[in-house]
Ligand binder design. Structure first.
Ligand code: COA
Length: 332
């Protein structure tokens, strides 16, 4: 039986660190409020013109080196982002040109915080059917140029950071290792609970107008408490669904890597499932919420910290806009 294994991981964040204290110069907030409500101490924001594909280039270089492969071995790109360089084409095409892999397919995945696991599910299916043998899966975001960095937008602005993570996925004949399962969900009833309304193709006569910009409809809007309530319900559900599908339980898990949405969400999910803190990975304090990049950035950091060992059972889980939620059970 063919399984998909993580052959290499890499990540990149821009140099420019924005602390909570820095945000107090831009909006009415405080270091204490942000740490208490989110666990975030700082985030990285670009300070020169860079798109999500530019951040991805750096992460890809690190992942290729970590995997011990040549760039030319990659035969497919899957790029998860909610902040593409341009409206179209997808960032996967821009990345492909920048890393010089003309001809191979480049798929963009638009599933926000669940984008990495949705992308993993697609890549895993392609690898198991033999369609591709070396998939580059990227999650990359530039949030900082899209958020309202005034008091009006402070609930969202304090959360999001820029960054990129990349993994190299290859087949293995060892049926005990690799991606054991992925489970994906969505509920579009809540699409407007966390979204950017404009520009939008449904608006006449143009996708965006000066009035819309004046009303701030091009900024992300979030019903924070609503997102929180659903996240702490759906993430435990989808984790248990993944474990049960493999005949495993919470006690079997060596490391739980949640999407880094909010430290309070991570702690609530861990408590509901009975994960002690030693088995839960968190780096949100340093990067904030980097959406599709958050799980691969965790994988990069966890590997560097020596917390990912061959044979470990790792559970990835996410919740975000859509709403979408997902889990992956992986034997590292
Ligand atoms: N600094 C200071 N005060 C802030 C603030 C900030 N950065 N952001 C919001 N507030 C204020 C609000 O304006 C509100 O003030 P009011 O009572 O005068 O109206 C007050 O804090 C409470 O707001 P509320 O939204 O109820 O706070 P909260 O405890 O729910 O925390 C979030 C807000 C956004 C941190 C929290 O809801 C959250 O993290 N939700 C999940 C969001 C998430 O994970 N999003 C990513 C999707 S994966």
């Amino acid at each position: 039986m063919i399984r998909t294994v993580f052959r290499g991981v890499g990540g990149f964040v821009p140099d420019n660190i924005v602390t909570n204290q820095d945000l107090t110069e831009l909006m009415d907030t405080s270091d204490e409020w942000i740490i208490a409500r989110t666990g975030i101490k700082q985030r990285h924001w670009i300070n020169e013109e860079m798109g999500s594909s530019d951040l991805a280039v750096e992460a890809v270089g690190a992942a290729v080196e970590n995997a011990g492969i040549e760039l030319l071995d990659i035969d497919c790109i899957v790029f998860a982002t909610l902040s593409p360089d341009h409206t179209f084409p997808g960032s996967g095409c821009f990345l492909q040109e920048k890393i010089g892999l003309a001809g191979i397919p480049a798929l963009d995945v638009r599933n926000q915080c669940s984008g990495f696991i949705y992308g993993l599910s697609v890549a895993d299916a392609w690898i198991r059917t033999g369609q591709y043998k070396c998939v580059l899966l990227v999650g990359a975001e530039v949030h900082s140029t899209g958020i309202n960095i005034t008091t009006e937008g402070r609930d969202v602005a304090c959360i999001f950071g820029d960054g990129a993570g990349a993994v190299i996925l290859t087949p293995s004949q060892d049926s005990q290792r690799g991606v054991l399962s992925t489970h994906l969900h969505a509920d579009g009833k809540y699409a407007r609970s966390l979204w950017i309304e404009a520009p939008g193709s449904r608006f006449l006569p143009l996708r965006i107008s000066k009035d819309m910009i004046d009303q701030g409809r091009h900024f992300p809007k979030m019903k924070g408490r609503h997102v929180f309530t659903h996240a702490v319900k759906r993430m435990p559900e989808v984790i248990l669904q993944g474990l049960e599908a493999n005949g495993l339980g919470v006690d079997d898990v060596d490391l739980f890597i949640p999407h880094q949405a909010n430290q309070l969400i991570t702690e609530a999910v861990a408590q509901i499932l009975g994960f002690d803190t030693k088995r839960v990975y968190s780096n949100i304090a340093r990067y904030g919420n980097t959406t599709a990049a958050s799980i691969p950035l965790c994988l990069r950091d966890a590997q560097e910290d020596g917390r990912l060992k061959t044979g470990d059972l790792v559970v990835l889980a996410s919740f975000g806009a859509g709403f979408t939620w997902a889990s992956a059970v992986v034997r590292w």
